[in-house]
Write a protein that binds this ligand. Sequence first.
Ligand code: SAH
Ligand code: SF4
Ligand code: F3S
Length: 445
Amino acid sequence: MEKNKLKYMLTTFGCQMNLADAQRIHGILARLGYEETRKEEEASLILFNTCCVRQHAEQRLIGRVQGLVNEKKKRPDLLIGIAGCMAQNRQGEMLELLPLTDLVFGPNDIEQLPLLLQRARNEKTLGNFTGKGSFDGESADGIILERPFSAMVNIVRGCTNFCSYCIVPYVRGPEISRPLEELTDFVKDLASRGVTEITVLGQNVNVYGKDIGLSEGFAQLLEEIEKIDGIRWVRFMTSHPRDFSENAIKRISALSKVCEQYHLPVQSGSNKILKAMKRGYSRERYLELINQVRTHVRNVCLSTDIICGFPGETEEDFEQTLDLIRRIRYESAFMYYYSPREGTKAASLPDQIPEEIRKERLSRLISLQNNISLEESQKLLHQEFEVLVDTVSARKDSNVAGKTRSGRVIDFVGPASLIGSYVKVRVDKARIWTLSGTMTGRSDP
Ligand code: SAH
Ligand code: SF4
Ligand code: F3S
């Protein structure tokens, strides 16, 4: 019987929202009797959880699906499914774009997966592409975690910001918050299953609770989570600089479980561009926010997202971004060149910047930030950090790797049996993105 178990392979692109959705998809498929495999040739169902935030993300997906052509020829009963944001954005068109596909459904259709799969065995099948998300049916026993000690917890679904470059609000629907008690129960259940680290998620976690009558709901939620036994570390993302108040920073900084990792996407250092992006803050207000965070959160690790080559961005505007980076000195940054997304405001703005210029600016941006990241990493040499070990190291089999509270990746010599535990590690080597060190002890509660 065991031998004939149906196997599936799920590949997730994009952001943490998709990783959180993957936890649910794994759960649903396990309940249907499927078993996960990492080998395409073993899978009778191959699912892609897609992203459409930039063209590059879409191209990677297209390449991967087209690469399955021989597999599908050999095994016509192989089911290929496209889930996630690109599916939601293109819907039925995906079947024309990728004729190998049997099933297309959006992020808000995940609970219907059992039904959709059944239909897909007989005919090409589309989800409902429900526009609005919900938290119905999402329980801690219903999800399967990639690492049993670490979970993503969605607190706000969707986004209503409509930053002018961004497709997310069109594919994820409006912002909705999960009720506070539901969330604390969910986290308690996770803790009782052995989860010690959670990452609370939303496109803008700072508005948590607004739509359900809470004011400063985000700080309140983190205060409630702080009280839950078993949870040791709490991370959060993404923060929207416009909606992060000093009062919230103060309240959150008083919580011992909340990690000192603040991801504050700035997008641009030019007021003109920030306005055109509809971000709702100025360069000056953003700098003030950084000041507040640095004042209240000791040893904070700051990171950001930046877009260069937005329509109308002049060399002077771009210089303002470089200047902001030099002033703030982020530990790390996700940097992109602008990618026009059909249907968004920015895609139809005049003054689109030629691709060579967008790329050239990106490479200057990256080289500046890499220098800063390396210098900031080097400041950590010889210091000791608490680390949650989460994997065998990608660099060396005899090493394990984990993350510090501030989210830095560090690897060191150690057995795989340490995975899931908290240890102390001293930094011996600093690189741009990662550190290496030596374990000096355990850090059990
Ligand atoms: N909600 C988060 C970001 C979600 S998308 C926030 O508001 O910060 C992740 C990142 O992708 C964004 O921060 C932005 O830097 C980038 N991004 C979004 N749309 C883009 C586009 N059209 N072109 C290039 N980068 C984009
Ligand atoms: Fe996109 Fe802006 Fe929403 Fe972030 S806040 S997901 S950038 S629209
Ligand atoms: Fe991509 Fe969707 Fe996230 S478009 S960035 S996976 S919300």
